[in-house]
Design a binder for this molecule. Structure first.
Ligand code: ATP
Ligand code: MG
Ligand code: FE
Length: 351
């Protein structure tokens, strides 16, 4: 059985095709179109531009996914679509398209959760998840620790950011350093060239009385801004500031990944789970992947992280969670399925 997944919650239009097998979803092919270049000069995603771009990219992306997968529309037995969370107008384009395809092909439609999709992407690469597992979801809009008892039906949030998401922190720090949008990939690259020990930035919510599983990144972002301001006030010229950027990126990244990995390992140990999944756009980060691997190995935990192309938004991850939901025997979503910008992570399948 082939399932098509459609993603349009932010600035990527993604379409993925998977085969549903006894061992879970198998990726046949996918295509992604991004409007991120159109948002770059604004330093962040502009919702109206994103919606318009989805509208233009949807049909060509569906066609490209079929071409890449080597299957035909007649092979599709179900359609899954991101119903939330995300930008209202952007979600609506994907939901409308999914309804149109499902109706035209006479197949059932399943509204699914984007965040569960990020976690499910890993099963395309590493096979069935050993449950219960702990997931660290780190993306542009979310930073959460999730207990996964069943990927399709039973996800519980045990902690989250109290202010900025990790990806948001990357994007904001990149903007203040004049590095453009999105900030994650460029900071990741510059950090590898810098020396993290030049300055120690604060680790949010790591005091003895702080919430064990919650995160905070806005103080870190402010500390980076202060550091650059102080350099300027002390007479640093453009060349000197430019030369300091890799070190600042390295120190910022070190602070982010130190907190993320420390809290994840501690949560896994507290819950007594043996498997950790890291998912979402920030999971593409090389520094995070390396440190997580080291700390999980030291703690005797099995770590799973999807390849970078499956971490950032894509349609394959939506097809993957759709396949898990279908395999769990879910009832198809009704004709009134709509986009829900605030869909909570525990609602994996939207009616
Ligand atoms: P959400 O999933 O919360 O709705 P989103 O879909 O916009 O948000 P993703 O596409 O999952 O987010 O991730 C995008 C974020 O990941 C951006 O903030 C981007 O800067 C960040 N990111 C991408 N690559 C890297 C990287 N190599 N290192 C760090 N961050 C990265
Ligand atoms: Mg994006
Ligand atoms: Fe996402």
């Amino acid at each position: 059985t082939v399932l098509m997944g459609i993603e349009s919650s932010c600035d990527e239009t993604g379409v993925g095709l998977v085969r549903i097998t006894d061992r879970g979803p198998e990726l046949l092919g996918q295509a992604v179109a991004s409007s991120s270049d159109e948002h770059a000069r604004f330093g962040g995603v502009v919702p109206e531009i994103a919606s318009r771009a989805h509208l233009e990219a949807m049909t060509p992306t569906v066609h490209a996914a079929f071409a890449n997968a080597g299957v035909a529309p007649g092979d599709v037995a179900a359609v899954a679509v991101t119903s939330g969370p995300g930008l209202a107008g952007a979600l609506l384009v994907g939901v409308a398209a999914a309804k149109a395809y499902a109706t035209a092909w006479g197949v059932p439609l399943f509204g699914v959760n984007h965040l569960a999709g990020h976690v499910a992407a890993d099963t395309l690469e590493h096979g069935p998840l050993t449950e219960p597992a702990l997931a660290l979801l780190v993306s542009g809009g979310h930073t959460q620790l999730l207990r996964i008892d069943d990927l399709a039906t039973d996800i519980t949030e045990i902690g989250s950011t109290v202010d900025d998401a990790a990806g948001e922190a990357y994007d904001k720090v990149a903007r203040l350093l004049g590095l453009g949008y999105p900030g994650g990939p460029v900071i990741d690259r510059l950090a590898a060239q810098g020396d993290a020990s030049t300055v120690r930035f604060p680790r949010g919510l790591t005091g003895p009385k702080d919430a064990r599983y919650d995160f905070s990144f806005s103080g870190l972002k402010t500390a980076v801004a202060r550091y650059v301001e102080t350099m300027e006030r002390n007479g640093a010229g453009p060349d000197e500031l430019q030369a300091a950027v890799p070190d600042v990126c390295a120190a910022f990244q070190e602070a982010v990944i130190d907190v993320l990995t420390a809290k994840t390992v501690r949560a896994a140990q507290d819950l007594g789970v043996g498997t950790v999944v890291i998912a979402g756009g920030v999971a593409a980060n090389r520094g995070l992947r390396e440190l997580a691997e080291r700390r999980c190995t030291a703690a005797g935990l099995q770590l799973r992280v999807p390849r970078p192309g499956l971490c950032t938004d894509n349609g394959a991850m939506i097809a993957a969670i759709g396949a898990h939901v279908v395999a769990a025997g879910a009832t198809p979503s009704g004709p009134h399925l709509t986009g829900d910008p605030g869909l909570p992570v525990n609602v994996v399948h939207a009616a």
